[in-house]
Every structure is written in structure tokens, then in C-alpha cells.
Design a protein around this ligand. Structure first.
Ligand SMILES: C[S@@+](CC[C@H](N)C(=O)[O-])C[C@H]1O[C@@H](n2cnc3c(N)ncnc32)[C@H](O)[C@@H]1O
Length: 250
């Protein structure tokens, strides 16, 4: 490894641990970061021509800015920048936006906030951010030690962390929003009315919604399942509720 290669590797390693930075692995993460106004600090590619061809195909508006910012790196050095090199041959560092949780909670529009209670899988958390961004949720908040801005979460979220407020919090602050638990033991979602501005609380992959949050809920709603099926995947459950629940589509 050359001295410059070693320094670059060190820079990416430190960026992964820096709460002010985000590592974007792959084209889709970089594409959405750019579309939603991220401040991009570094872009490396193993194949600039392939990157620009991908941009021309999938995001033509980004081809020119990308051509200006992508710096070449050889395959060996690229492999050292991520635990699993992304097949699109591009990786980047961006500044994380500062998220104001109180402001997100105070937003007066009808869109719900998704709260994940101690999720344990970064890829799953990313999948939640992705569907929340697509469905127009007001924010995604998470409790527990896992970071929704971890590089694996960003990969799972295709970089849509930049599209809406996404933050890890210690606990849900006092809020005037109705708190609704999404829980297999709740009342059936079809026919129930999910209030506007709800904080929709989803439990962890193993433990479900914690007692502390269940005590604060106005409603507890379940997605109907065929007998003998114990639960849906966390991100699948979020998708069902965001697209079906608040609009009363059932
Ligand atoms: C994999 S599930 C957790 C299952 C956990 N063993 C339990 O009993 O709650 C993760 C989260 O997805 C949501 N979920 C999954 N399937 C659901 C269903 N059929 N109805 C309501 N929520 C569901 C809940 O928020 C749940 O806490």
C-alpha cells in the first residue's frame, strides 16, 4: 500500500467513526445524497467512465457534478475503503446534516413520524428509512445503540437518510403527537383510524415495542397475518403501515 493509499484508507476508517460524517457506499447512496443536497466531501471511483455511464443512465442531471468530483483510485486501494467493496465501484464521504428532533416533532403537517424502538440490524434500519422517505414520512427516529447513519444503514437506505430528518435519540421526548404502537398484539389495523401526525412506534426485531413506550401509546395496532405466521420483517411492517394505515386505505 502506498503512503497516499494508506492515508486514504485511514481517512475512510475515521469517517466511519465520526458522528459528523457519513460514508456512502455505492452509486445509489451517492445519487440520493446529491439529489437531497448533501455536502459531499470526497468521492473515489475505480472506473470513472463506468461511473459516468451509470449516472448518464440513472441520474443524468448528476453526470456533470459527478465528473467534477470523482477522483480515481486503483482497485486495491478501493477494496481497502469498505468492508465489502460496492459493485458500482464508487464510495464517498459526506457531512451529516444536523437534525433538530424537537423541530421535527413540532412540525404541524399530517405526516407521521416513524420511531424504531431499539432496532438491531443496520440494513433493516436503512430499509425503513428508504420506505419512510418514499412514503413522505416526516422523520425517522431510533432508540438504542444502533446508528441509522452507519454506513450499512446508509447502504440499506440507498442514501435516503438525506431526504428527511433521521436521528438516533435516547428516548422519545414529550410530544403533543399521538403515539401509536404497531404491535402484533394490537387491534386490527384495517378499520382502525390512525390519527394524523402520529408517532408510529415499531419494535425491535426480537423484543417488539418496549413497555416504557407501550405505556405512552394511545393505540396499539396489528397488521393482520395468516395463522402460524408470527411477524413481519420490521421494514415490511413499516411499509404496510405507512402506505395503508394513515390514509385509511384498508
Ligand atoms: C420482527 S417484529 C418483532 C416481533 C417480536 N417478536 C414481537 O413479538 O413483537 C418487529 C416489529 O415489526 C412490527 N410488526 C411485525 N409484524 C407485525 C404485525 N403483524 N402487526 C404489527 N406489527 C408488526 C412490530 O412493530 C414489531 O415490533
Amino acid at each position: 500500500v502506498t503512503r497516499a493509499g494508506g492515508q486514504l484508507r485511514q481517512r475512510y476508517r475515521e469517517a466511519r467513526r465520526d458522528p459528523h460524517l457519513a460514508v456512502l457506499e455505492g452509486f445509489h447512496a451517492l445519487k440520493h445524497a446529491l439529489r437531497f443536497g448533501a455536502e459531499i466531501l470526497d468521492v473515489r471511483t475505480v472506473d470513472a467512465a463506468a461511473l459516468l455511464a451509470l449516472a448518464a443512465d440513472l441520474a443524468p442531471e448528476l453526470a456533470e457534478p459527478l465528473a467534477g468530483m470523482a477522483r480515481p483510485v486503483d482497485a486495491g486501494a478501493f477494496a481497502g475503503l469498505a468492508p465489502a467493496a460496492h459493485p458500482t465501484g464508487v464510495i464517498a464521504i459526506a457531512a451529516r446534516p444536523v437534525v433538530d428532533v424537537e423541530q421535527a416533532l413540532a412540525a404541524t403537517g399530517p405526516d407521521p413520524i416513524v420511531l424504531l424502538d431499539r432496532p438491531t440490524h443496520h440494513g433493516n434500519m436503512g430499509a425503513v428509512v428508504r420506505v419512510a422517505a418514499a412514503a413522505g414520512a416526516a422523520a425517522v427516529l431510533t432508540t438504542g445503540p444502533h446508528d441509522p447513519w452507519h454506513a450499512s444503514s446508509i447502504r440499506g437506505g440507498a442514501g435516503l437518510q438525506f431526504a428527511l430528518p433521521v436521528a438516533r435519540i435516547e428516548a422519545l421526548p414529550e410530544t403533543d403527537r399521538p403515539v401509536v404502537a404497531i404491535d402484533p398484539a394490537g387491534a386490527p389495523l384495517p378499520g382502525a383510524e390512525v390519527p394524523p401526525r402520529a408517532v408510529l412506534v415499531f419494535g425491535s426485531e426480537r423484543r417488539g415495542v418496549g413497555e416504557d413506550l407501550l405505556e405512552r401509546t394511545l393505540l396499539r395496532l396489528a397488521i393482520p397475518m395468516r395463522p402460524r405466521v408470527s411477524s413481519l420483517n420490521l421494514a415490511s411492517a413499516v411499509a404496510v403501515v405507512l402506505y395503508w394505515g394513515p390514509r385509511g386505505g384498508g
